[in-house]
Design a protein around this ligand. Sequence first.
Ligand code: SAM
Length: 249
Amino acid sequence: MTPSINDTATDTVSATGTTIVPVAIAHTPFAEKFAIPRQPALAPAATAVIELLPPFDHPDAVNGLEGVSHIWLLFQFHQVKTEAKLKVRPPRLGGNRSVGVFASRSTHRPNGIGQSVVKLEKVEGHRLRVSGVDLLNGTPIIDIKPYVPYADAIAGARNDIAPQAPAAIRVEWEAEARHQAEEEARRLGEAVIDLTEQCLAQDPKPAYQNPDAGRRYGVQLWDINVTWHYPQPDTIRVLNISRCDIPAE
Ligand SMILES: C[S@@+](CC[C@H](N)C(=O)[O-])C[C@H]1O[C@@H](n2cnc3c(N)ncnc32)[C@H](O)[C@@H]1O
């Protein structure tokens, strides 16, 4: 079940004394941190509802947003302890190379603030339907801003630490698992197969792990457990899809 804002939000006081309170909560398929894409847009099938909270749960607060294709979400990494570290080891770099905290998009950062640009699919009253999210279910959103192409898309920008999206790895299915996924997709009305494939193609396991074929991995998407293994180091095979105890929203 999605945590209520009272379970998750931590009101924080900024350096200027302003209290930061969530303006919305994200309802996403991701029940746990493992296997969430490491940046937005890597899994277009990762759809979510951003539910505005009082006093912003009013059409006035999003008036004009229909004319915008993408939005920035600023949010709290509410399931990470805020730390004052100078250097971090991003999983993207294999977990064995460290860089300065301000040279990374790590979740371990001074004020625990994340930012993701996501596709705005639809404005429905006080709910925004978005896709391509990299957020845990229940993430408190502290601000929403329109993406401004002429200012935010920088031609010729470079990042030598993360120059390009990681190469996707091959995802295949046991026939029975695929059949189960199709049934769950019908029940939930969600793109279970696409989301599973897009998340697993990012290779969720830590980059330093050498998976042996006997080791099983699993993650919860909505109320479904997805189980897989690595028959070869560069291939994931989905073994099982099953319903778990936690009900879908
Ligand atoms: C590397 S961060 C990048 C987030 C954002 N795009 C940014 O650059 O600030 C993405 C990871 O954060 C983790 N995550 C997402 N939402 C979270 C939350 N509410 N609390 C803690 N960790 C979260 C997931 O494991 C996800 O793969």
